[in-house]
Design a protein around this ligand. Sequence first.
Ligand SMILES: [Zn+2]
Length: 245
Amino acid sequence: MRLFQKHFCAIAISLWAASPSNAQLLVEPTLHIKAEAGGGRVALTLDACGGRTDTRILSALVENKIPATIFVTGIWLKHNATAVEIMRAHPELFELENHGGRHVPAVDTPQKIYGIRSAGSPEAVLAEVESGAAALAVTGEPAPKWFRGATAEYSPSAIAMIRKLGFKIAGFSINGDGGSLLGAKETARRIAAAKDGDVIIAHINQPTHAAGEGVVQGLLALKAKGLTFVRLDDADGIGDEGTTD
Ligand SMILES: [Zn+2]
């Protein structure tokens, strides 16, 4: 009985901690690209949240001529000049888009998502989006048209705000690497299962994680099956939750 009480108490506390009164219900939007007659097209999106560059993935993309949309933060841009140079040297492969200035979730009420503190106010969401775009402008890249917030979760009011700033919001339909925490085998399996119209999300900023090896294997399997890759700017993206229309 005592054990039960203790356990119940812990559950009650964790429920309470997870739902402060001002927390909004968050959404994790999906994104597909319009299917083409006879086509087998997928869009590969890779997040560069912070940290370093997974050169296993970057080299494989260049060697196999696989185009990708890279969502970069201001923090990542600052510390990965060599990778940015390689991406900019291959404009036919890489499209750089906005993943925010400081990698804080685009949620305009104070809460934590996967342990990361949200922007917490409309002003802070605005600052995150605009500082991400400003950091990209410094690299000489074309102005970003897509935004993906840290954790890929949003409050509906933040979505409306980001759309007003002129950005489409990049959801996804296949979570390729589970935040870069999955093993190589499972990552490869998920990515290799992509079908016409899918938008894959994975990470290019965790060179020490096993998932990166799986990303490469999964992409090569898709290529071997005859699927082609497009960037978000080269396809019609259709998202839910008001993210693209
Ligand atoms: Zn991220």
